[in-house]
Design a protein around this ligand. Structure first.
Ligand SMILES: [Zn+2]
Length: 262
């Protein structure tokens, strides 16, 4: 069944706030124990979800993805301990992947503007691939690089898996990438361009009013830039799939940090 989410990764990533991201993925030992010991949590072991594991193993043979501890936890419990609207995450310090087992129960935003209406559509095996790729990325030694590069790695390298499932490029971009890519765009800059004024000169009230008034126009521009980024991402990572190369450290030199160019 297709799941609808407000967030792709679902951990709310503030584009420029590294600290917040670290807090988001480095959960406390307490919470990790809570998740592992909760009666509603199940531990998933290879060969369950073998297709997801096998894909990541084939991309990154140097890391032992089949040995990752992977937990399925209900959305209600994750919310209770502070992980609201989380579809999945890889916890760096505990080397554990946590997946929300019932993403359809994640509450979505009550606002209904164009930005809030962007929804990813993910199946659980796809979330597993994404999070295992985060694990692989760290296991290969890419620690402390930019959030956007980390996400580029996970989204980009999942293209092969999604294509194998029969999704078209546009479906991958719209349903898998878009919620994340929209967050990488500098919406304030586009807002200022649309209204032709410097935002810093306006009162909060006026900003709010103007944003509401021009929201659709701003969104259309943001969406188009995000879609274009998605197309580039597919192009770059499809070449890698065609060449049938496994990911290794050498790719560090030929990756593009284009997700940072917003
Ligand atoms: Zn991610």
């Amino acid at each position: 069944m297709i799941k609808k989410l407000t967030w792709s990764d679902a951990v709310k990533i503030k584009r420029t706030d590294r600290k917040q991201k670290e807090q988001a993925v480095q959960i406390s030992a307490d919470n990790m124990n809570r998740i592992a010991n909760y009666h509603g949590t199940s531990k998933i072991c290879y060969p369950e979800y073998a297709k997801s594991f096998d894909y990541v193993i084939s991309c990154c043979p140097s890391v032992k993805a089949s040995e990752v501890s992977l937990y399925f936890c209900p959305a209600a419990y994750l919310k209770k301990i502070g992980y609201d609207r989380v579809a999945g995450f890889y916890d760096v310090s505990h080397r554990v992947v946590v997946i929300c087992e019932d993403t359809d129960k994640i509450t979505v935003s009550k606002q209904n503007g164009p930005f809030e209406s962007v929804r990813g559509k993910f199946e659980i095996d796809e979330i597993i691939v994404h999070e295992l790729l985060h694990y692989a990325h760290h296991a290969m030694g890419y620690m402390g690089i930019s959030i956007n590069l980390e996400e580029e790695f996970a989204y980009g390298n999942s293209v092969g898996y999604l294509k194998k499932k029969g999704y078209s490029d546009e479906e991958i971009i719209r349903y898998n990438f878009l919620p994340y890519l929209i967050q990488t765009i500098n919406t304030r800059k586009i807002f200022a361009q649309v209204i032709g004024e410097q935002l810093s000169t306006l009162t909060p009230d006026k900003l709010k009013r103007l944003f509401k008034k021009h929201e659709q126009e701003i969104f259309d521009i943001v969406e188009e830039i995000a879609l274009e980024k998605g197309r580039k991402l597919i192009l770059i990572y499809s070449e890698q799939i065609t060449d049938n190369v496994s990911i290794n450290k050498s790719m560090k030199t030929n990756r593009l940090d284009f997700l940072d160019l917003s």
